[in-house]
Structure formats: structure tokens, C-alpha cells
Design a protein around this ligand. Structure first.
Ligand code: PMP
Length: 358
């Protein structure tokens, strides 16, 4: 057994998991209290009167291939949001345990911890070093009750890649002490390899991947949590019995086949080209102090007057993200790269608001 399981909640380790109905595709189903007829004759609704297969082999094998790992190391859920929630619920005892996060970062780590009643230790990224991880400060802040350290690379909302060697130091120093969760939601937009290949080296490493960003499937709600097989088996006891809806399973299999993956690469290239264009255009405007370098499909923009930039976007019919309540983001806004037309409208709006003739 992976010794990291000693960190899991003891009551979850001894939990008798819910026995969902057996999956026997060769037999006719009279064991799951489903309706034997369909709600609608339309072929697109076929199978919806039946519960979906939990963690379907075909989907798990497909995701494992997509991410370059083995099926035993994968569990699929409703986006990586569900992966975060599962980890916190399985490893953190309410009122006792904590997670460690490095703000400014993705908000769900903290929200999931709070919902579970777990503590949150915050070790800020170093703004002066382009929002880099301060691994020594993380290790100094670590306490016995920290069950999970979350890092996000490329990080949301700052867009930078974290130093890989620092993450490796974290994994090594915290082996048997904490899970190190590396959220790679935006890795396809970065010119950097995933840490999936490091699973063998670090039994406490957990990687989050999602189909919501690079694969244009945010509405399907599907993400993969990749980790040592003992962690996967533990989380399989905690996840809801039928986490993945039938339509999600079908669309993911179809929309991440070889042809769609090739198309998604072209879309990523377009986003990268637009990211460079929008960054350069905004950086030249008086209302913008700095555009942080991005390895993601969004940019973080430090503004001279963030309210004026927000208003300019709104007048152009666009909504951009205001993360200013987060530590260290006093005057910054986060902008998702859109279509060329949307990007043009944003640039034009901020140009006008800057008092520069368009
Ligand atoms: N991680 C990061 C860093 C994110 O930015 C997001 C979504 N904004 C998620 C995870 C969650 O993505 P999803 O649940 O759609 O997979």
C-alpha cells in the first residue's frame, strides 16, 4: 500500500462504499429500478433511461492514452473541480486538517477546503519574481496537519508556469507527509511537459487535467485526476456513484478522438497567436501598466485604472474577470483570449478609454 494513504481520513479508509448496480452489459437490466422505456424516441436520447456506467473502462482507457498514463492511475469526474473536492473530502478531517495554497491562485482550492471545514494556509507566490513559487517558505509554513499542498501551473490568474524543479523539491520533501496536487488545467497552452511522467518518482503526486480548456469541452464537465493507483482506489470510494452523465461520456469519446485532437491543436495555435497580439496591443496603451507574460489562454493585466478598463470592456459588450480582491492583485484584471473579433473589440474599447485615437 502507498504509505500516503495513512494521511487519508481514517473513517474514509474504513468506509464500506456504496454498492452501485452491477455493470453487466450482456444481461437485461432489472436490477437498478430504471424505467424500461425511453423518455423520447429521438436517437440522441438513446440510453438515457439507464444509469451510465460508472468510470467506464473505454473512457478511462481513452483519457489515460490522451494524458500518457495508465488507466489504473486515472479517475474521471465532473471537471477538475470534482477532483479537488474529492481530494479535500477524502484527506481532510473537518476542524483538524488543512490545505496549503499559494495565492493568487485558483479559488476552488480554498472554497472546497472551507466547505469541508478544513483550514487554509496561504503562502503567496513571489510577485517580484513573476509570481514564482517560494518553495522554502512553503516548506517552512508546512504543518503536520497539512494534508494537501495545491500548486497550479500555469497558474490561474497569473498565467505563469511555476518552476518545475521547485515542485519536484516539494514532492520529495513532503513525500509521506502531504499530497502535492499539481493543477495542469492550462498546460496545453504552455510549451512545457506535464508532470504525469513523474508519478513513478513521487507517490504523493496528484495531477489534475481537464477537457474544459484546450479541448473546448467546458460544458461537458469532464476532468481527469491522475495519481498512484491506491489514491485512485480510495477516491473511487468517495465519488458519487454515477458521476459522469451518459452524454458527457459519449461526447468526450467523440470530441477527443484523433481528428478532434488535431483540430484542438490548431485552435490552441490560434489562441497563442491572439494572446501575443492582444498582449502587445494592450501593453502599448496608457491605461495599462503591465501585461504579465502568459503560458495560458488568458492574460493578467496590471491597470493604471482597472475600473476604467472594466467599463471599456462592458461598453464593448464584453465581460472580463476582476480578481482584485485576491492577495497581490490590487489593480489587475484577467482577460480570457477570445475570437479575433472579440479581441479587436476589447482592444478598441480600451484604446478609446485611454484617450488614444482609434
Ligand atoms: N483548475 C484551474 C486552475 C482552473 O482555472 C479551473 C477552471 N477555471 C479548474 C481547475 C476547473 O476546471 P473544470 O472543473 O472545468 O475542469
Amino acid at each position: 500500500m502507498n504509505p500516503i494513504l495513512n494521511l487519508a481520513r481514517p473513517d474514509i479508509l474504513s468506509l464500506q462504499p456504496y454498492q452501485h448496480a452491477a455493470w453487466e452489459p450482456t444481461l437485461e437490466r432489472m436490477h437498478a429500478n430504471e424505467m424500461p422505456w425511453r423518455a423520447d424516441g429521438d436517437a440522441s436520447h438513446a440510453g438515457l433511461n439507464r444509469y451510465p456506467e460508472p468510470q467506464p473502462d473505454v473512457l478511462i482507457e481513452h483519457l489515460a492514452k490522451l494524458y500518457g498514463t495508465s488507466p489504473k492511475n486515472v479517475i474521471a469526474g465532473r471537471g477538475s473541480d470534482e477532483g479537488i473536492d474529492l481530494l479535500v473530502r477524502a484527506f481532510c478531517r473537518a476542524g483538524e486538517d488543512s490545505v496549503l495554497i499559494c495565492p493568487p491562485t485558483f479559488g476552488m482550492y480554498k472554497v472546497s477546503a472551507r466547505i469541508q471545514g478544513a483550514g487554509v494556509i496561504e503562502v503567496p507566490l513571489i510577485k517580484e519574481r513573476g509570481f514564482e513559487l517560494d518553495v522554502q517558505v512553503v516548506l517552512a509554513a508546512w504543518r503536520e496537519n497539512v494534508k494537501i499542498v495545491f500548486v497550479c501551473t500555469p497558474n490561474n490568474p497569473t498565467g505563469n508556469l511555476l518552476d518545475r524543479a521547485s515542485i519536484e523539491v516539494l514532492c520529495a520533501q513532503l513525500s509521506n507527509k502531504s499530497l502535492v496536487v499539481v493543477d495542469e488545467a492550462y498546460i496545453e497552452f504552455a510549451n512545457a511537459p506535464s508532470m504525469v511522467q513523474d508519478l513513478e518518482r513521487f507517490p504523493n503526486l496528484v495531477i489534475l487535467r481537464t477537457l474544459s480548456k484546450a479541448y473546448a469541452l467546458a460544458g461537458a464537465r469532464c476532468g481527469a485526476l491522475i495519481a498512484h493507483e491506491d489514491i485512485i482506489s480510495l477516491l473511487a470510494r468517495v465519488i458519487t456513484p454515477y458521476a459522469l452523465p451518459t452524454h458527457t461520456i459519449d461526447s468526450v469519446l467523440h470530441l477527443t478522438d484523433d481528428q478532434h485532437v488535431a483540430e484542438s491543436k490548431k485552435r490552441i495555435e490560434m489562441i497563442l497567436a491572439e494572446r501575443a497580439r492582444v498582449s502587445e496591443a494592450l501593453a502599448s496603451l496608457p491605461l495599462i501598466r503591465e501585461v504579465w507574460p502568459s503560458h495560458s489562454n488568458f492574460i493578467l493585466v496590471d491597470c493604471v485604472d482597472a475600473d476604467a478598463v472594466l467599463r471599456a470592456a462592458l461598453s464593448a459588450g464584453l465581460i472580463i474577470r476582476d480578481p482584485r480582491s485576491q492577495l497581490g492583485l490590487g489593480s489587475s484584471l484577467r482577460i480570457s483570449i477570445g475570437t479575433p473579433d472579440q479581441n479587436d473589440r476589447l482592444i478598441r474599447g480600451v484604446t478609446q478609454a485611454s484617450g488614444v485615437p482609434v
